[in-house]
Ligand binder design. Structure first.
Ligand code: NAD
Length: 496
């Protein structure tokens, strides 16, 4: 039985956490299970209270009944513990409300503790079109002072203009310092470890530029299709759903200059410089530097699956796969390709950052050894496993008669074996804890979201202007052949 004494180290100011959309998929699959695990590990201060707010009219007990069933499905049996559930449920209440009509907000305001006593965090886990209205209502009911902060789920808009509209609506009510924009990839342990690897070691920094690095690849591949989110996905596609946020955030962490500290603005200023240095891909180069694909019926993990158009039952030019060659116009990265790739219904699920260093300038080994001489590579796996591996050349042990035989070996730079046996936290656990502690380093600032959209809009608008359509690929394969050509054209190969 874990000790539920508060080990968080957070300051003592109590927080009322209101989760708008508290009955939704994200809340039930990620937010409440994360809060459960934070409770389990003793990270939640005793003074925290949580209010789930959603449209469905039901009592607190009915809500807890639904939550209890969902937690049993999500939290592994080895971690389910009555004592912990009781502590979590004691903090929880439920508020039915409707953001469109404003009903229920008066009751919500009455449930919250006075701002002299307590901070308030409004977590928006509803459709983004409701964020502006939530802010207006919070203001009407006096819930927007210095002691209040707001959390926004992705996506922030579907292009630069709509992103600005959401940011304007929220910014009219909350100062930027009190707005937390979520990109849950930043909550992943390995992503934070990338910062440690780069900035807590002096080893890599002299190599971390165009002189030392040949190419960078960032891949987020999924085996699932769009499932019951077809209509939502069809308005976005892979470029806007994955590249604009997760993949561009990862690119920033790989490419940014060392920040002066881990202070939120120090880190975000450096990420912003990367986004602003991304070279827009001109119309004349779009066909060469971008690939869009759409899956057709095929087989994934031994199971027959339908094509994207069969699932939606209507015509669509939305891409379910995208591959890009990005370039960063600054001193450090001039000429280094950043290949970005993401898609659905690919052969296996993995997210990884692959960094290939330059090869040795001259080989002293005999010809037959040179065949196996590979450049060094750093591979950061984000999911399903989380680990960091450095691939190095080594001599095959033993007394070779003719030559030194070389082999590539993998050094595991990630967590220790003891840490590996521990439970791997959900990314939202880290993020929720930081929100409660008012630490915003792992959240995305307004100017970052807008700079990312500007680069993405240029590609999306270019595709429309040229009438480019996604090429079909069979579900369960690695995307259209054009994706392979995208890297081969520049003498590189995808690292699968
Ligand atoms: P969902 O449709 O499952 O849930 C929506 C929630 O909003 C429900 O609780 C519903 O009661 C509430 N709601 C809807 N209209 C309302 C209204 N008028 N007034 C008050 N409450 C209202 O959505 P979801 O999948 O949980 O997504 C929530 C947010 O999180 C979205 O912005 C989505 O883009 C984002 N997101 C979701 C996921 C995911 O895996 N589900 C992943 C990343 C981001």
């Amino acid at each position: 039985m874990p000790d539920i004494h508060n080990q968080s180290g957070l300051n003592d100011r109590p927080v009322d956490l209101v989760i708008f959309g508290g009955t939704g998929d994200l809340a039930m699959r990620m937010l409440f299970p994360s809060l459960y695990f934070l409770e389990y590990d003793g990270h939640l201060p005793d003074s925290l209270r949580i209010i789930a707010a959603a449209r469905k009219d039901m009592t607190r007990d009915e809500f807890l009944g639904i939550l209890d069933k969902r937690l049993q499905g999500v939290v592994g049996a080895g971690y389910l513990c009555e004592n912990i559930k009781t502590h979590l449920y004691d903090r929880l209440s439920y508020q039915p409300l409707d953001v469109e009509s404003g009903t229920g907000f008066e009751s919500l305001a009455k449930k919250l503790r006075h701002k002299d006593l307590c901070d308030m965090v409004a977590y928006c886990s509803t459709a983004p079109r409701l964020y502006g209205q939530i802010c207006e209502l919070l203001e009407i009911y006096g819930l927007t002072g210095d002691t209040c902060r707001i959390v926004l789920e992705k996506p922030i808009g579907h292009d630069l203009q709509s992103c600005k509209d959401v940011n304007d609506a929220v910014g009219a009510v909350f100062d930027e310092q009190r707005i937390y924009r979520i990109d849950h990839y930043l909550g992943k342990e390995t992503v934070q470890n990338l910062m440690a690897l780069r900035f807590a070691n002096s080893l890599f920094e002299p190599l971390w530029d165009a002189n030392g690095i040949e190419q960078v690849q960032i891949t987020v591949s999924e085996t699932i299709g769009v499932e019951d989110r077809w209509d939502y996905y069809n308005d976005y596609g892979a470029l806007k759903d994955m590249v604009q946020n997760h993949i561009m955030q990862l690119l920033c962490l790989v490419a940014m200059e060392p920040p002066t500290s881990m202070d939120a603005d120090a880190v975000r200023d450096e990420k912003l410089k990367v986004l602003r240095a991304l070279r827009p891909i001109p119309l004349s180069e779009l066909a060469q530097k971008t690939v869009a694909g759409q899956y057709t019926a095929g087989t994934v993990a031994g199971k027959d699956v339908p094509g994207y158009l069969d699932e939606g039952k209507k015509p669509s030019n939305t891409e379910t796969f995208v591959a890009l060659r990005a370039e960063i116009d600054n001193w450090r990265w001039a000429g280094v390709p950043f290949y970005l790739r993401t898609g659905k219904r690919l052969p296996y699920r993995h997210s990884q950052i692959f960094i290939q260093f330059k090869g040795v300038p001259h080989s002293i080994f005999p010809d037959e050894s040179n065949l196996s001489l590979e450049p060094n590579k750093l591979v950061i796996h984000l999911q399903p496993e989380e680990n960091i591996k450095l691939l190095m050349m080594n001599k095959v042990p033993g007394l070779g008669r003719d030559a030194t035989t070389l082999q590539e070996v993998s050094l595991d730079l990630s967590i220790s074996p003891e840490a590996r046996s521990r439970r791997r936290p959900i990314a939202y656990e880290r993020l929720l804890l930081d929100i409660l502690a008012d630490r915003s380093t792992l959240f995305v600032r307004r100017d970052e979201t807008e700079a990312a959209w500007q680069w993405i809009d240029n590609i999306a608008n270019g595709w429309s202007a040229l009438g480019m359509k996604p090429s079909p690929y069979v579900a369960g394969t690695w995307s259209p052949p054009a994706s392979v050509e995208l890297t081969e054209r520049y003498g590189h190969d995808w690292h699968d």
